[in-house]
Design a protein around this ligand. Structure first.
Ligand code: PLP
Length: 386
């Protein structure tokens, strides 16, 4: 048995590349689009890098090992990974999708996939009766994020998988906010797990990447078909950056969690400027229990609404240390207003329906000294109150 941290460093079965002739402890970056055949009758494992590249393959095995999956696939972005996953469906299929999902996924679904005659029903995945009611004869899958964005409410993978599998539908989970260190969805009943590896997995804001894993042989074949035929592959260079990031995932996440806790403790004292604080395990409802039983930790993202009289734009414009930027899960702390930034893809009425208001702030807590982050927020709140 290999432990999680050993798998972070070595990937699958102490996986080492067999044609590394130098003893280099890092995975070689195979900048080769094509691979020579010994002769015309030779059967090559690698023939062309869109189909398979040794550096990308290492990463695919690494994420599969971490998720307890038989296969992994690396794409040029989280969005490409989501697109490749949806490409397994056909006109006439119906998919249930969570109401609160990443804005780019919302755009892909409603501005593109619906035009291919794939039908979607949006539900509140915390409401199991609503989920069960949404199933139709042609429902092929349910798609959600176990921690939703930006309110960070938790959905039970176990409960949703029970409902979906009774109706022969696949469970597809985007687990970008948690990573396999904090939750391994396949072990809870999911069939397919997607990551924007741009976030915690790579962890340094230096690469855009997406990963998908599954234990489902047929779905895996369809993912490979999409990867090879549609061609949204991750480059060898970017694969190496994600491989490197993954090696320190547990160390970074432990610090993200500890820092988020300290920042949260501070924000909890600022009831004079904050109305609502959103973090998993804090909702005061059943989702707290799910968070405690299905997650090993709650991640490093915190959202909150500022009170009337506090200018949210001034708050994010005036942090000195914390960057005003979209994205999350990186070594540096990032702050943003979802209404104007990450969730701008949603039409205004959808943003309003989802409860995303202009005074909602999302903070991705990084690895800086928490005292410095708190001091930065403190000074920025002061500016925002004037
Ligand atoms: C939950 C989630 N899924 C998918 C994506 C898309 O990933 P990428 O930006 O790598 O295409 C994002 C990006 O922010 C995200 O937050």
């Amino acid at each position: 048995m290999t432990g999680f941290n050993t798998k972070l460093i070595f990937g699958k079965g102490l996986n080492k590349l067999t044609d590394n002739n130098t003893g280099a402890v890092n995975v070689p970056i195979y900048h080769s689009s094509t691979f020579a055949f010994k002769d015309i009758d030779a059967v090559n494992k690698y023939d062309y890098s869109r189909s398979l590249n040794p550096t990308r393959e290492y990463l695919e095995n690494q994420i599969a090992a971490l998720e307890g999956a038989s296969r992994g696939f690396a794409f040029a972005s989280g969005s490409a990974a989501i697109h490749a996953t949806f490409s397994a469906f056909r006109p006439g299929d119906h998919i249930i999708v969570a109401k609160h999902i990443y804005g780019g996924t919302f755009r892909l679904i409603y501005d593109y996939l619906t035009q291919l005659n794939i039908d979607f029903t949006a539900v509140d995945t915390q409401n199991l009766a609503e989920v069960a009611d949404a199933f139709q004869e042609n429902t092929k899958a349910i798609y959600f994020e176990p921690i939703d964005n930006p309110f960070l409410k938790v959905t039970s993978i176990r409960q949703i998988a029970n409902i979906a599998h009774d109706r022969s539908a696949k469970v597809i989970v985007d687990n970008t906010f948690l990573t396999p260190y904090l939750q391994q969805p396949l072990q809870l009943g999911a069939d397919v797990v997607i990551h924007s590896a741009t976030k915690y997995l790579a962890g340094h804001s230096d690469v855009i990447a997406g990963l998908v894993v599954t234990n489902d042989q047929d779905f895996g074949d369809q993912l490979y078909f999409a990867q090879n035929a549609i061609g949204g592959i991750l480059s060898p260079q970017d694969s190496a950056l994600v491989i490197r990031g993954i090696k320190t995932l547990s160390v970074r996440l432990d610090r993200h969690l500890a820092n988020a806790r300290q920042v949260l403790d501070y924000l909890e004292t600022r009831t004079d400027v904050i109305d609502n604080l959103y973090y998993p395990g804090q909702a005061g409802d059943e989702s707290d229990q799910i968070a405690k039983t299905e997650l090993r930790g709650f991640g490093g993202v915190i959202s909150f609404e500022v009170k009337e009289g506090v200018d949210a734009k001034k708050l994010v414009n005036n942090t000195k240390l914390i960057w005003l930027a979209v994205s999350l899960g990186s070594v540096e702390s990032l702050i943003e207003l979802p209404y104007f930034m990450t969730h701008l893809e949603l039409p205004v009425e959808e943003r309003e329906k989802a409860g995303i208001k202009p005074n909602l702030v999302r903070l991705s807590v990084g690895l800086e000294d928490p005292e410095d982050l708190i001091a930065d927020l403190e000074q920025s709140f002061q500016v925002a109150q004037n």
